[in-house]
Design a protein around this ligand. Sequence first.
Ligand SMILES: [Zn+2]
Length: 396
Amino acid sequence: MSGLLLKNIRPFGGAATNILIRDGRIASIGSGEPENVKVEDGNGAIAIPGFVEAHAHLDKSLWGMGWHAHQAGPTLEDKISTERRLRRELDIDPRRQSARQVALAASHGTTAIRSHVDVDTDQKLWCFEGVAETRQHFRDVVDMEIVAFPQSGMMIRPGTLELMDAALAAGADVVGGLDPCGIDRDPKGQLDAVFGLAEKHGKPIDIHLHEPDALGAFSLELIIERTRALGMRGKVTVSHAFCLGMTDRLRVNALVEQLAREDIAIATTAPAGWPAPAADELRRAGVRLCAGSDGIRDTWGPYGNLDMLERALFIGLRNNFRNDSDVEYALHVCTQGGADVLKLESYGLHEGAHADLVLIDAETIPEAVAARPKRKLVLKRGQPIARDGQALITVE
Ligand SMILES: [Zn+2]
């Protein structure tokens, strides 16, 4: 028998049909029932493409290590220094913890992940090497991009730039950055270094920008300027961009217009706790928007589970989405939105696409987002990687 027939499934909640999968791709969509193929009856489940987790930190979760009482103080610097201390003390092994997160993400239907991975003068390339090992080991389960991420600052810790350079040479896919004013207090220095690495290695950029209000807007303007000057249109993502949630709407509108012009993407977690970009404003302006869980169950905080269907709910809540088309857009951000930012080839539910898909028992996509049932079946390149909410892979 060659091939797999997914019978009686409803792509995006539409009419029931069958999907034939051969050689890891969708060979045909229609009512045909070829012989000599394995058959999986979807019983009318919704089919969507695999979720794209566009902002994770696979190197740093405490998942599976027992409950950890939160210790860090309120500032970003407190969280960074607490993590540096606890990483070795608690033995947060990046290889083991990233593998656990891959299994967790797969159980919820995620088939592609962009993970920021710490590169700093304490850990050096330990985190990168551990996550890269997981990427290789689970290459048939998830497509993984690694962002070399200077979590502890770049300019304030001499030696970090060289380690970032080494991580990119060793296979990191994306150049990371972090609050060029707030952490490094040297926006020109950090951003010139980040864009310099991107130019040298021919790789895209994804910068964490937590800086609020006018400070964040200032940093964002510097990022836009460099994107334009270096011809990096379409190759830069800004994660969080909390400043786009500030009250100075005139300035926000001007920034959003420039983001659209330079095709700079935004990655959001749709946070409940502070101002954040408005999804519909970005959508209207044509700015690509993807979503991610950020760190989960780590020394930064006790929440998170890598469930992108739940993330779609958070996007809906955050943006006051109520009608069906808006809630469908929230799910779109967690699927196609992420694929557009990661530039995944052959993504989607069409003939010829990779057979990375998720079956969900629900009447409509908005109902799936609201109720978040366990995922019935998750396929990666046509192979089951999770069933009934359980990953089918083994991790420590
Ligand atoms: Zn992050």
